[in-house]
Design a protein around this ligand. Sequence first.
Ligand code: NAD
Length: 355
Amino acid sequence: MKHTMGIIGFGGMGNHHYKHVTQEIDRLTVKGVYDIKDERAQYARSLGMQAYGSAEELLNDGEIDLVLVATPNNWHKHYVEAALRAGKNVICEKPVMMNSEELEQVMETAKQCGKVFTVHQNRRWDRDYLLVKRELESGTLGKPFFIESRVEGARGIPGDWRCTKVAGGGMMLDWGVHLIDQMLMMIDSPVSEIYAQVLNVKYQNPENDVDDNLKINMKFKNGVCAMIEVGTYNMLTMPRWYVCGDKGTMKIDDWGSGADIVYAKDVEMVWENSIIYTAAGPTRTMAPRPKETVEEKHVDIDEKKSVYLFYENVLDTIEGKAELIVKPEEAMRSMKVMEAAFKSSAEGICVKEEI
Ligand code: NAD
């Protein structure tokens, strides 16, 4: 079955979707776009697409059965609701909404309209994330007790709407939402505690008071602890992933680096064999394990691209053949974690709430 998509907000990400769909999704055609900027309309025409004069015009096009909303975040709710009410299925870019209250209202609208509504949580198909998830599911690391997930840039926030609070700027809604979503999909347990520092390192005037560095410590009900960090002013970086289980440790330095994993062998370890003599004194506790007591392996990133599965799943769901992979209820959990993190940071408290 063939489907036709219209895009509202044809900037960087709108264009990425256009290219991705045109190159990889045979049963979906992008017919046209609506963007407030003339230059983007002209660009769409140069690609052979229709550039609608208004969002209403796009939504009144009966050929379009799927609408992608890729505007700045503060416009998501307006366009998603308008598209649902016009009888369209909708993909919304992340962060799905500005807050959980908006999302609740939109989920209700989607239910009333009986249309498919999902969020482009594309980082569920990141190869590094899938590697960690697979390793945890295999059980070879044992029970995880600490999982750290970080993304760190050093150039600040791009100087567009992302550094304006009213537009939904800031790194929590931009990158925090991806890392939280990944973590929630990986740990099969509700979150029970959240403690965060959300900082404005470089954006400290009232107009641009968006968060540009953050750390969130989360504890899940099953005892697993996790830490999420998003930095934009970090000149040196930490590993993308650092996972500690009671049978091994896994480290992924960068998106494409693959994983280094060290498993503890089930053999007796003799303490006396390893002592580190630092300038100020000896330590046995912090000495590395003897080689014969561990097994080391490196796992390369699987280069196969699979993010096209997002679209295939949306189309299958529209056709009634599948269930959404990215469910609005899951996006709601991420929204609530972000809200708890903001609250924790603002009030200096640990938020104890089951999410
Ligand atoms: P952008 O600034 O490049 O593009 C936004 C476009 O929306 C611009 O062309 C702008 O003219 C247009 N626009 C602004 N207000 C509008 C309105 N009221 N009506 C119609 N068009 C309007 O930003 P972007 O990087 O493309 O980000 C857009 C969305 O995509 C954001 O929600 C962002 O969080 C998301 N995003 C997601 C990913 C991802 O990996 N999933 C990556 C980047 C951005």
